[in-house]
Design a protein around this ligand. Structure first.
Ligand SMILES: Cc1ncc(COP(=O)(O)O)c(C=O)c1O
Length: 464
């Protein structure tokens, strides 16, 4: 089997919409169906394609095949014609859902292909992992300059660097948090602390420290004192690790964290925690790196989730990818390297994707999608809280900002049952952490979609 055949099987001829037996409409994307519709969760075409694909690559992480022609707006249509309301959106990566008209038009405007991109203090990269990886290099360059006053490299540094040895390749570290996910390249994997399976078998930076992320008790309003103590403990540990790593000879140059720890279980930290963490960074001349790969680009109802924290000054670095469609990072002026080619790669990301991103950003503005996310997010979370009240023995800790919402189940098998049942009812959902279900819909997720989700989710829980 070759790849061409594989793609052509995915892209079947467009069938008449009535074939699917549903009415099609949407506020943002014409042609959306009104409801999910599943005939057979794993239909014959999916099964056949999976078998064929397994002849050329591992299919252990393939659930189903998408029909890219027929998937539209909030709806994922699989190769067998099953229609799912997609509340997970390729793990939080589709800002305007499937086949948004604005995106379909973007490559038609050839003039954009020669326009110089506006960079400012932005560094474009390919993916989330490489954005974090390169951001660390900025941090190390900045850190060294602070310590040695920006002098030139010594002969010993130049020579030892070719042997991966200090002082040319110094022992510096990045502190991260248990439960974090920051990617799969070597440095970004060294700070990824969510699951052993991501790390097993790879040589990583053993002396890079990790602190406990604050894991709150819910409901927040009933556990204020306890949660404050949880914040303090985590911050104390951060300070201790900074001291002990300095003594060990692996000083901490940067601290990386997600504004909402996503893969680790949708763990939210308070604004107070974030402000105090930033204070610790400033006090110790350490750079703060916000990883907004999953939380950014409007998912929380603000363009960047960390804006909610109202930090007195910006973090030194903020990385992005997923809904931004390519990777990269913003940074403050002081993080600019003073020599060329210190942080570089051939394509510097994927320039063509900047045109698509431009359209996404315009559409977010024109269609007031951040307002939509806040409104729909609030109503979804409220609906979810009502369901949790109804089933307190099965669910707990509903939480969220915007439509970046999660709820915990009593245990992992229960979560699996709920997600499987939801799929049978036509809803794609996601999991995170040991027992949580998370929503990562696109920015065009409307109240009516939220109502379908809530209705099916409630049914799935009720049928346990
Ligand atoms: C918070 C966070 N950072 C980094 C990454 C890595 O991004 P990529 O898969 O684009 O390398 C992810 C991916 O899930 C992520 O959620």
């Amino acid at each position: 089997m070759n790849v061409i055949k594989y793609i052509s099987t995915v892209r079947q001829p467009r069938v008449k919409l009535e074939f699917l037996g549903v009415k099609w409409y949407s506020k943002y994307v014409p042609g959306e169906p009104a409801a999910p519709s599943v005939k057979e969760v794993y239909g014959p075409i999916n099964k056949r394609m999976k078998k064929e694909l397994s002849e050329i690559q591992s299919t252990l992480s393939v659930d189903r095949f998408i029909d890219l022609d027929r998937s539209i707006g909030n709806y994922f249509v699989d190769a067998d014609g099953n229609i799912f309301l997609d509340t997970y959106m390729q793990i939080a990566s589709m800002p305007l859902g499937y086949n948004h008209p604005a995106l379909l038009n973007v490559y038609k405007d050839q003039s954009k292909l020669v326009a110089p991109p506006e960079m400012g203090y932005v560094n474009t990269q390919m993916c989330g992992s490489c954005s974090n990886e390169q951001a660390f290099k900025h941090v190390f360059i900045w850190y060294a300059k602070k310590r040695n006053g920006g002098r030139d490299f010594t002969k010993q540094e130049l020579e030892s660097s070719m042997h991966n040895k200090p002082p040319g390749c110094p022992h510096l570290s990045i502190l991260s948090f248990w439960g974090a996910f920051h990617g799969r390249t070597t440095s970004s994997l060294s700070v990824t602390r969510s699951k052993p399976i991501h790390r097993l078998g790879f040589p990583l930076f053993g002396d890079w420290p990790a602190a406990k992320f604050p894991l709150y008790k819910y409901p927040l309003e009933e556990n204020v004192r306890e949660n404050k103590q949880i914040d303090s403990k985590s911050l104390e540990e951060v300070e201790d690790l900074i001291q002990s790593n300095e003594k060990k000879g692996w000083p901490v140059a940067g601290i990386i964290l997600e504004p909402i720890q996503s893969e680790g279980g949708d763990n939210h930290a308070s604004s107070e925690f974030m402000k105090n963490l930033q204070k610790i960074c400033k006090k110790n001349s350490i750079a703060l790196i916000m990883d907004e790969v999953q939380t950014g680009c409007g998912a929380t109802g603000k363009m960047w989730c960390h804006e909610w924290f109202e930090l007195p000054s910006p973090p030194e670095m903020m990385t992005y990818s997923k809904k931004m469609l390519a990777g990269g990072y913003y940074h403050t002026q002081e993080m600019l390297p003073d020599k060329g080619y210190r942080v570089f790669n051939t394509w510097m990301g994927d320039p063509a994707r900047l045109f698509v991103l431009e359209v996404v950003l315009q559409t977010i503005k024109e269609q007031k999608l951040l307002e939509n996310v806040q409104k729909v997010g609030n109503m979804t979370l409220k609906g979810l809280k009502d369901i949790v009240k109804e089933f307190p023995n099965v669910l707990h800790s509903p939480r969220g900002r915007g439509t970046l919402i999660a709820v915990s189940c009593k245990d992992d098998p229960t979560r699996t049952k709920i997600l499987t049942s939801m799929k049978k009812k036509g809803i794609i959902g996601g999991s995170c952490g040991p027992v949580s279900i998370r929503l990562r819909p696109s920015l065009i997720f409307e109240e009516k979609h939220a109502n379908i989700f809530l209705d099916k989710f409630r049914q799935a829980v009720g049928e346990l």
